[in-house]
Design a protein around this ligand. Structure first.
Ligand code: NDP
Length: 391
Protein backbone atom coordinates (compact mmCIF):
# COMPACT_ATOMS: atom_id res chain seq x y z
CA UNK A 1 0.00 0.00 0.00
CA UNK A 2 1.30 3.43 -0.95
CA UNK A 3 1.33 5.89 1.95
CA UNK A 4 0.28 9.34 0.76
CA UNK A 5 -0.13 12.81 2.26
CA UNK A 6 -1.77 15.90 0.78
CA UNK A 7 -0.67 19.38 1.81
CA UNK A 8 -3.36 21.86 0.77
CA UNK A 9 -6.01 19.12 0.55
CA UNK A 10 -8.93 21.56 0.72
CA UNK A 11 -7.80 23.60 -2.31
CA UNK A 12 -8.40 23.07 -6.00
CA UNK A 13 -5.38 20.77 -6.56
CA UNK A 14 -5.99 19.10 -3.20
CA UNK A 15 -9.63 18.31 -4.05
CA UNK A 16 -8.60 16.85 -7.40
CA UNK A 17 -6.04 14.67 -5.62
CA UNK A 18 -8.65 13.56 -3.08
CA UNK A 19 -10.96 12.73 -5.98
CA UNK A 20 -8.36 10.44 -7.54
CA UNK A 21 -7.56 8.72 -4.24
CA UNK A 22 -11.27 8.18 -3.66
CA UNK A 23 -11.62 6.40 -7.03
CA UNK A 24 -8.68 4.02 -6.47
CA UNK A 25 -9.27 0.37 -5.65
CA UNK A 26 -9.50 -0.28 -1.90
CA UNK A 27 -6.08 -1.02 -0.43
CA UNK A 28 -4.17 1.01 -3.04
CA UNK A 29 -3.46 3.99 -0.82
CA UNK A 30 -3.12 4.62 2.88
CA UNK A 31 -3.63 8.29 3.74
CA UNK A 32 -1.23 9.71 6.28
CA UNK A 33 -1.75 13.48 6.58
CA UNK A 34 -4.26 15.88 5.09
CA UNK A 35 -3.76 19.60 5.65
CA UNK A 36 -5.83 22.68 5.01
CA UNK A 37 -6.25 26.25 6.09
CA UNK A 38 -9.56 27.91 6.96
CA UNK A 39 -11.88 25.34 5.39
CA UNK A 40 -11.90 23.10 8.45
CA UNK A 41 -15.30 21.56 7.72
CA UNK A 42 -14.12 20.23 4.37
CA UNK A 43 -10.78 19.07 5.82
CA UNK A 44 -12.63 17.02 8.43
CA UNK A 45 -14.92 15.49 5.79
CA UNK A 46 -11.92 14.52 3.66
CA UNK A 47 -10.09 13.04 6.67
CA UNK A 48 -13.08 10.87 7.54
CA UNK A 49 -13.71 9.80 3.93
CA UNK A 50 -10.07 8.83 3.36
CA UNK A 51 -9.42 7.52 6.90
CA UNK A 52 -6.42 9.82 7.34
CA UNK A 53 -4.07 9.38 10.29
CA UNK A 54 -3.95 13.11 11.00
CA UNK A 55 -5.67 16.31 9.85
CA UNK A 56 -3.78 19.58 10.25
CA UNK A 57 -4.99 23.14 9.82
CA UNK A 58 -2.41 25.86 9.23
CA UNK A 59 -4.20 28.18 11.63
CA UNK A 60 -4.11 27.61 15.39
CA UNK A 61 -7.39 29.43 16.02
CA UNK A 62 -9.11 26.86 13.76
CA UNK A 63 -8.00 23.88 15.87
CA UNK A 64 -11.02 23.75 18.24
CA UNK A 65 -13.39 23.52 15.26
CA UNK A 66 -11.25 20.78 13.66
CA UNK A 67 -11.10 18.83 16.94
CA UNK A 68 -14.84 19.07 17.39
CA UNK A 69 -15.48 17.94 13.81
CA UNK A 70 -13.25 14.87 14.22
CA UNK A 71 -14.16 13.96 17.81
CA UNK A 72 -14.69 10.22 18.20
CA UNK A 73 -13.18 9.34 14.81
CA UNK A 74 -9.72 8.40 16.11
CA UNK A 75 -8.15 10.82 13.62
CA UNK A 76 -5.44 12.97 15.17
CA UNK A 77 -5.60 16.75 14.81
CA UNK A 78 -3.02 19.54 14.98
CA UNK A 79 -2.60 23.17 13.94
CA UNK A 80 0.03 25.74 13.04
CA UNK A 81 3.02 26.03 10.74
CA UNK A 82 5.22 23.75 12.85
CA UNK A 83 2.45 21.14 12.90
CA UNK A 84 2.45 21.21 9.08
CA UNK A 85 6.17 20.42 9.04
CA UNK A 86 5.69 17.73 11.72
CA UNK A 87 3.00 16.14 9.54
CA UNK A 88 5.45 16.18 6.63
CA UNK A 89 7.91 14.28 8.85
CA UNK A 90 5.51 11.32 9.06
CA UNK A 91 6.69 8.53 6.76
CA UNK A 92 4.95 8.76 3.37
CA UNK A 93 5.88 7.38 -0.04
CA UNK A 94 4.16 10.19 -1.95
CA UNK A 95 3.33 13.73 -0.87
CA UNK A 96 1.27 16.27 -2.75
CA UNK A 97 2.59 19.81 -2.21
CA UNK A 98 -0.47 21.95 -2.98
CA UNK A 99 -0.45 24.70 -0.37
CA UNK A 100 -0.75 28.02 -2.17
CA UNK A 101 2.14 30.48 -1.99
CA UNK A 102 5.45 30.57 -0.14
CA UNK A 103 3.68 28.93 2.84
CA UNK A 104 4.20 25.64 1.00
CA UNK A 105 7.98 25.92 1.10
CA UNK A 106 8.84 24.48 4.54
CA UNK A 107 6.41 21.52 4.50
CA UNK A 108 7.76 20.60 1.04
CA UNK A 109 11.32 20.61 2.31
CA UNK A 110 10.31 18.51 5.31
CA UNK A 111 8.59 15.97 3.04
CA UNK A 112 11.71 15.62 0.87
CA UNK A 113 13.66 14.44 3.91
CA UNK A 114 11.53 11.25 3.81
CA UNK A 115 13.28 10.27 0.58
CA UNK A 116 9.95 9.59 -1.17
CA UNK A 117 8.20 11.40 -4.01
CA UNK A 118 7.13 15.02 -3.77
CA UNK A 119 4.41 15.83 -6.30
CA UNK A 120 4.98 19.55 -6.68
CA UNK A 121 2.04 21.77 -7.53
CA UNK A 122 3.42 24.55 -5.33
CA UNK A 123 5.45 26.29 -8.03
CA UNK A 124 6.39 29.01 -5.58
CA UNK A 125 8.83 26.58 -3.89
CA UNK A 126 10.86 26.27 -7.09
CA UNK A 127 10.64 29.97 -7.88
CA UNK A 128 11.80 31.01 -4.40
CA UNK A 129 14.27 28.27 -3.64
CA UNK A 130 14.83 26.08 -6.72
CA UNK A 131 18.50 25.17 -6.20
CA UNK A 132 17.97 24.47 -2.49
CA UNK A 133 14.92 22.31 -3.16
CA UNK A 134 16.66 20.22 -5.82
CA UNK A 135 19.76 19.82 -3.62
CA UNK A 136 17.59 18.70 -0.70
CA UNK A 137 15.87 16.11 -2.90
CA UNK A 138 19.21 14.78 -4.09
CA UNK A 139 20.67 14.67 -0.58
CA UNK A 140 17.79 12.48 0.62
CA UNK A 141 17.30 10.36 -2.49
CA UNK A 142 13.86 11.93 -2.98
CA UNK A 143 12.18 12.58 -6.30
CA UNK A 144 10.27 15.69 -7.31
CA UNK A 145 7.57 15.21 -9.94
CA UNK A 146 6.06 18.36 -11.47
CA UNK A 147 2.29 18.76 -11.21
CA UNK A 148 1.87 22.10 -12.94
CA UNK A 149 0.23 21.00 -16.19
CA UNK A 150 2.90 22.63 -18.39
CA UNK A 151 5.78 21.10 -16.44
CA UNK A 152 4.15 17.70 -16.27
CA UNK A 153 3.76 17.98 -20.05
CA UNK A 154 7.45 18.83 -20.51
CA UNK A 155 8.44 16.00 -18.15
CA UNK A 156 6.36 13.57 -20.21
CA UNK A 157 7.76 14.86 -23.52
CA UNK A 158 11.26 14.34 -22.12
CA UNK A 159 10.69 10.71 -21.08
CA UNK A 160 13.52 8.63 -22.53
CA UNK A 161 15.21 11.72 -24.03
CA UNK A 162 18.55 13.30 -23.27
CA UNK A 163 18.13 16.82 -21.86
CA UNK A 164 21.31 17.74 -23.76
CA UNK A 165 19.39 17.23 -27.02
CA UNK A 166 16.79 19.83 -26.02
CA UNK A 167 16.92 23.06 -27.97
CA UNK A 168 13.94 24.82 -26.45
CA UNK A 169 10.97 24.39 -24.16
CA UNK A 170 7.71 26.13 -25.00
CA UNK A 171 5.03 26.47 -22.36
CA UNK A 172 1.58 27.57 -23.35
CA UNK A 173 -0.63 30.21 -21.74
CA UNK A 174 -4.36 30.53 -22.20
CA UNK A 175 -3.94 34.29 -22.05
CA UNK A 176 -6.53 34.40 -19.26
CA UNK A 177 -9.73 36.48 -19.25
CA UNK A 178 -7.91 39.65 -20.44
CA UNK A 179 -6.17 38.05 -23.41
CA UNK A 180 -7.78 40.39 -25.95
CA UNK A 181 -8.46 43.36 -23.70
CA UNK A 182 -6.79 46.70 -24.43
CA UNK A 183 -4.40 48.06 -21.84
CA UNK A 184 -6.85 50.75 -20.66
CA UNK A 185 -9.51 48.12 -19.91
CA UNK A 186 -7.03 45.83 -18.11
CA UNK A 187 -6.03 48.78 -15.90
CA UNK A 188 -9.65 48.99 -14.67
CA UNK A 189 -10.21 45.22 -14.29
CA UNK A 190 -12.16 44.17 -11.20
CA UNK A 191 -11.52 41.23 -8.88
CA UNK A 192 -14.57 39.38 -10.23
CA UNK A 193 -13.33 39.81 -13.80
CA UNK A 194 -9.83 38.66 -12.86
CA UNK A 195 -10.93 35.40 -11.21
CA UNK A 196 -13.15 34.36 -14.13
CA UNK A 197 -10.69 32.10 -15.95
CA UNK A 198 -11.99 30.98 -19.36
CA UNK A 199 -10.65 27.39 -19.36
CA UNK A 200 -9.41 26.21 -15.96
CA UNK A 201 -11.18 25.89 -12.63
CA UNK A 202 -8.54 26.89 -10.05
CA UNK A 203 -8.09 28.60 -6.69
CA UNK A 204 -8.67 32.36 -6.48
CA UNK A 205 -5.02 33.36 -6.26
CA UNK A 206 -3.73 31.37 -9.24
CA UNK A 207 -6.75 32.49 -11.28
CA UNK A 208 -5.82 36.16 -10.76
CA UNK A 209 -2.18 35.31 -11.47
CA UNK A 210 -3.33 33.78 -14.74
CA UNK A 211 -5.19 36.95 -15.66
CA UNK A 212 -2.06 39.07 -15.03
CA UNK A 213 0.20 36.36 -16.50
CA UNK A 214 2.17 36.37 -13.25
CA UNK A 215 1.30 32.68 -13.20
CA UNK A 216 3.06 32.21 -16.56
CA UNK A 217 5.94 34.31 -15.26
CA UNK A 218 6.30 31.96 -12.28
CA UNK A 219 6.12 29.01 -14.66
CA UNK A 220 8.92 30.35 -16.87
CA UNK A 221 11.13 30.56 -13.78
CA UNK A 222 9.90 27.14 -12.64
CA UNK A 223 10.93 25.69 -16.03
CA UNK A 224 14.43 27.09 -15.72
CA UNK A 225 14.82 25.78 -12.17
CA UNK A 226 13.31 22.34 -12.66
CA UNK A 227 14.73 21.36 -16.05
CA UNK A 228 18.03 23.24 -15.71
CA UNK A 229 17.84 24.85 -19.15
CA UNK A 230 19.03 28.39 -19.82
CA UNK A 231 16.48 31.25 -19.91
CA UNK A 232 16.96 31.80 -23.65
CA UNK A 233 15.79 28.23 -24.30
CA UNK A 234 12.41 28.89 -22.66
CA UNK A 235 9.46 30.44 -24.47
CA UNK A 236 5.82 31.15 -23.67
CA UNK A 237 3.15 31.14 -26.35
CA UNK A 238 -0.50 32.11 -26.02
CA UNK A 239 -2.80 29.21 -26.87
CA UNK A 240 -6.43 30.10 -26.07
CA UNK A 241 -7.75 26.51 -26.22
CA UNK A 242 -5.46 25.30 -23.36
CA UNK A 243 -5.19 21.87 -24.97
CA UNK A 244 -1.50 21.84 -25.85
CA UNK A 245 0.18 22.28 -22.47
CA UNK A 246 3.81 22.43 -23.53
CA UNK A 247 6.18 21.52 -26.35
CA UNK A 248 9.78 20.39 -26.27
CA UNK A 249 11.96 21.20 -29.27
CA UNK A 250 14.98 18.97 -29.94
CA UNK A 251 18.16 19.72 -31.87
CA UNK A 252 16.91 17.74 -34.88
CA UNK A 253 14.03 20.20 -35.21
CA UNK A 254 11.36 17.85 -33.81
CA UNK A 255 8.74 19.38 -31.52
CA UNK A 256 7.06 17.01 -29.07
CA UNK A 257 3.74 18.45 -27.92
CA UNK A 258 1.66 17.26 -25.00
CA UNK A 259 -2.07 17.56 -25.70
CA UNK A 260 -4.87 16.91 -23.24
CA UNK A 261 -8.02 18.41 -21.77
CA UNK A 262 -7.66 21.24 -19.24
CA UNK A 263 -8.17 18.98 -16.23
CA UNK A 264 -5.54 18.93 -13.49
CA UNK A 265 -6.39 15.34 -12.66
CA UNK A 266 -4.25 14.31 -15.61
CA UNK A 267 -1.03 15.82 -14.24
CA UNK A 268 -1.90 14.76 -10.69
CA UNK A 269 -2.76 11.22 -11.79
CA UNK A 270 0.44 10.97 -13.81
CA UNK A 271 2.49 11.94 -10.75
CA UNK A 272 0.48 9.60 -8.53
CA UNK A 273 1.03 6.46 -10.60
CA UNK A 274 4.42 7.33 -12.15
CA UNK A 275 6.42 5.56 -13.56
CA UNK A 276 3.34 3.68 -14.70
CA UNK A 277 0.38 5.29 -16.41
CA UNK A 278 -2.79 4.61 -14.44
CA UNK A 279 -6.31 5.20 -15.65
CA UNK A 280 -7.36 8.82 -15.15
CA UNK A 281 -11.01 9.89 -15.58
CA UNK A 282 -10.37 12.92 -17.79
CA UNK A 283 -12.30 13.64 -20.99
CA UNK A 284 -10.83 12.15 -24.17
CA UNK A 285 -10.24 14.75 -26.87
CA UNK A 286 -12.07 14.59 -30.18
CA UNK A 287 -9.57 16.38 -32.41
CA UNK A 288 -11.89 16.54 -35.41
CA UNK A 289 -14.53 18.26 -33.27
CA UNK A 290 -11.91 20.69 -31.94
CA UNK A 291 -10.93 21.51 -35.51
CA UNK A 292 -8.16 24.00 -34.93
CA UNK A 293 -5.60 25.09 -32.40
CA UNK A 294 -4.36 28.68 -32.24
CA UNK A 295 -1.06 30.15 -31.12
CA UNK A 296 0.04 33.80 -30.80
CA UNK A 297 3.01 35.58 -29.29
CA UNK A 298 2.42 36.98 -25.79
CA UNK A 299 2.22 40.76 -25.36
CA UNK A 300 4.76 41.88 -22.76
CA UNK A 301 3.40 45.44 -22.74
CA UNK A 302 -0.08 44.45 -21.61
CA UNK A 303 1.38 41.62 -19.49
CA UNK A 304 4.63 43.01 -18.02
CA UNK A 305 4.98 40.04 -15.62
CA UNK A 306 6.58 38.10 -18.49
CA UNK A 307 9.29 40.71 -19.00
CA UNK A 308 9.96 40.75 -15.25
CA UNK A 309 10.28 36.96 -15.26
CA UNK A 310 13.01 37.20 -17.92
CA UNK A 311 14.91 39.66 -15.71
CA UNK A 312 14.51 37.36 -12.71
CA UNK A 313 15.76 34.33 -14.65
CA UNK A 314 18.77 36.29 -15.90
CA UNK A 315 19.61 37.46 -12.38
CA UNK A 316 19.07 34.20 -10.47
CA UNK A 317 20.11 34.06 -6.79
CA UNK A 318 17.54 35.76 -4.57
CA UNK A 319 15.57 37.37 -7.39
CA UNK A 320 12.99 34.55 -7.52
CA UNK A 321 12.21 34.79 -3.81
CA UNK A 322 11.85 38.58 -4.05
CA UNK A 323 9.72 38.34 -7.18
CA UNK A 324 7.37 35.83 -5.57
CA UNK A 325 7.16 37.61 -2.20
CA UNK A 326 6.41 40.96 -3.84
CA UNK A 327 3.90 39.33 -6.19
CA UNK A 328 2.07 37.69 -3.25
CA UNK A 329 1.93 41.00 -1.37
CA UNK A 330 0.71 42.85 -4.47
CA UNK A 331 -1.91 40.18 -5.06
CA UNK A 332 -3.19 40.57 -1.49
CA UNK A 333 -3.43 44.34 -2.06
CA UNK A 334 -5.40 43.82 -5.29
CA UNK A 335 -7.73 41.29 -3.64
CA UNK A 336 -8.21 43.77 -0.78
CA UNK A 337 -9.25 46.47 -3.27
CA UNK A 338 -6.29 48.68 -2.37
CA UNK A 339 -4.59 48.82 -5.79
CA UNK A 340 -5.51 48.49 -9.45
CA UNK A 341 -4.82 45.44 -11.60
CA UNK A 342 -1.76 46.84 -13.40
CA UNK A 343 -0.35 48.22 -10.15
CA UNK A 344 0.61 44.65 -9.25
CA UNK A 345 3.36 44.57 -11.89
CA UNK A 346 4.49 48.14 -11.06
CA UNK A 347 4.82 47.18 -7.40
CA UNK A 348 6.76 43.99 -8.13
CA UNK A 349 9.13 45.87 -10.43
CA UNK A 350 9.75 48.51 -7.77
CA UNK A 351 10.28 45.83 -5.07
CA UNK A 352 12.89 44.13 -7.27
CA UNK A 353 14.78 47.44 -7.61
CA UNK A 354 14.63 48.22 -3.89
CA UNK A 355 15.65 44.72 -2.79
CA UNK A 356 18.51 44.68 -5.29
CA UNK A 357 19.92 47.73 -3.53
CA UNK A 358 19.41 46.22 -0.08
CA UNK A 359 20.38 42.55 -0.42
CA UNK A 360 21.74 42.14 -3.95
CA UNK A 361 19.36 40.03 -6.02
CA UNK A 362 22.10 38.06 -7.75
CA UNK A 363 23.69 36.83 -4.50
CA UNK A 364 23.33 33.04 -4.20
CA UNK A 365 20.79 31.51 -1.85
CA UNK A 366 22.81 29.85 0.88
CA UNK A 367 19.94 28.57 3.00
CA UNK A 368 16.21 28.73 3.58
CA UNK A 369 16.88 31.64 5.94
CA UNK A 370 18.03 33.68 2.91
CA UNK A 371 14.75 32.82 1.20
CA UNK A 372 12.75 33.94 4.22
CA UNK A 373 14.76 37.15 4.49
CA UNK A 374 14.29 37.95 0.79
CA UNK A 375 10.59 37.13 1.03
CA UNK A 376 10.05 39.44 4.03
CA UNK A 377 12.03 42.25 2.46
CA UNK A 378 10.08 41.89 -0.80
CA UNK A 379 6.72 42.08 1.00
CA UNK A 380 7.81 45.22 2.86
CA UNK A 381 9.11 46.82 -0.34
CA UNK A 382 5.84 45.97 -2.08
CA UNK A 383 3.81 47.63 0.66
CA UNK A 384 6.05 50.70 0.56
CA UNK A 385 5.66 50.90 -3.22
CA UNK A 386 1.88 50.56 -2.90
CA UNK A 387 1.79 53.37 -0.35
CA UNK A 388 3.58 55.66 -2.83
CA UNK A 389 1.29 54.62 -5.71
CA UNK A 390 -1.91 55.17 -3.77
CA UNK A 391 -0.82 58.35 -1.92
P1 NDP B 1 -6.26 26.96 -3.50
O1 NDP B 1 -6.27 28.38 -3.08
O2 NDP B 1 -7.44 26.38 -4.13
O3 NDP B 1 -5.88 26.03 -2.24
C1 NDP B 1 -4.76 26.32 -1.44
C2 NDP B 1 -4.64 25.33 -0.31
O4 NDP B 1 -3.65 25.83 0.63
C3 NDP B 1 -5.90 25.12 0.50
O5 NDP B 1 -5.90 23.82 1.05
C4 NDP B 1 -5.77 26.17 1.59
O6 NDP B 1 -6.56 25.89 2.72
C5 NDP B 1 -4.31 26.03 1.91
N1 NDP B 1 -3.71 27.23 2.50
C6 NDP B 1 -4.03 28.52 2.25
N2 NDP B 1 -3.22 29.33 2.97
C7 NDP B 1 -2.40 28.53 3.67
C8 NDP B 1 -1.35 28.79 4.59
N3 NDP B 1 -0.98 30.03 4.94
N4 NDP B 1 -0.70 27.73 5.13
C9 NDP B 1 -1.04 26.48 4.80
N5 NDP B 1 -2.05 26.17 3.94
C10 NDP B 1 -2.70 27.19 3.37
O7 NDP B 1 -4.96 26.81 -4.43
P2 NDP B 1 -4.76 25.87 -5.69
O8 NDP B 1 -5.14 24.47 -5.36
O9 NDP B 1 -5.34 26.52 -6.88
O10 NDP B 1 -3.18 25.95 -5.88
C11 NDP B 1 -2.31 25.28 -4.97
C12 NDP B 1 -0.90 25.34 -5.54
O11 NDP B 1 -0.88 24.62 -6.76
C13 NDP B 1 -0.43 26.75 -5.87
O12 NDP B 1 0.94 26.83 -5.66
C14 NDP B 1 -0.74 26.89 -7.36
O13 NDP B 1 0.11 27.82 -8.00
C15 NDP B 1 -0.46 25.48 -7.82
N6 NDP B 1 -1.17 25.09 -9.03
C16 NDP B 1 -2.53 25.11 -9.07
C17 NDP B 1 -3.22 24.74 -10.21
C18 NDP B 1 -4.71 24.68 -10.25
O14 NDP B 1 -5.26 24.22 -11.26
N7 NDP B 1 -5.41 25.09 -9.22
C19 NDP B 1 -2.48 24.35 -11.44
C20 NDP B 1 -1.06 24.30 -11.26
C21 NDP B 1 -0.42 24.67 -10.11
P3 NDP B 1 -8.09 26.45 2.88
O15 NDP B 1 -8.71 26.46 1.52
O16 NDP B 1 -8.68 25.42 3.80
O17 NDP B 1 -7.99 27.79 3.51
Amino acid sequence: MKRVSIFGATGSIGENTVDLLGRAAPGTYEVVALTGGRNVKRLAEQAVALRAEIAVTAFEDALPELRAALAGTGIETAAGTQALCDAADRPADWTMSAIVGAAGLYPGFAALRQGGTLALANKESLVCAGPLLLAEAEAHGARILPVDSEHSAVFQALAGEDIAAVERIIITASGGPFRDWPLEAIAKATLAEAVAHPNWSMGQRISIDSASMFNKALELIETKEFFGVSPDQIEAVVHPESLVHALVGFRDGALMAHIGPPDMRHAIGYALTWPERGEVPVARLDLAAIGQLNFTAPDEVRFPALRLAREVMATGGRAGAVFNGAKEAALDLFIGGRIGFLDMARIVERALEVCDGEIGLGKPLESLDCVTEADHMARKAAHDAAAVLTA
